[in-house]
Ligand binder design. Structure first.
Ligand code: ZN
Length: 82
């Protein structure tokens, strides 16, 4: 069996099997179990090189999520006050 590198998938959620991204941050297609969101376990050199970029992307995505959530809360409050 071919040795599979472990790629970095910052959006992976170990408690949710459906949450894997399609590709790692290096662009490699991910099969089940060859990605992790734990940097210590990543063995793909391309992914390791992109940790900083990935972190920036994760931060942007998280901020966007928060903004969306705040937008939803604002919307609910507005609806309530009518
Ligand atoms: Zn990789």
């Amino acid at each position: 069996m071919r040795y599979l590198k472990t790629h970095y998938d910052p959006f992976a959620n170990p408690s949710d099997e459906e949450s894997w991204s399609e590709t790692g941050i290096c662009g490699t297609y991910l099969n089940d179990g060859n990605s992790t969101n734990d940097k210590d376990l990543v063995s793909c050199k391309k992914c390791i090189k992109r940790f900083d970029k990935a972190d920036a992307e994760v931060l942007t995505a998280r901020l966007q999520e928060l903004k969306d959530m705040q937008g939803f809360v604002d919307f609910m409050n507005e609806t309530k006050n009518k």
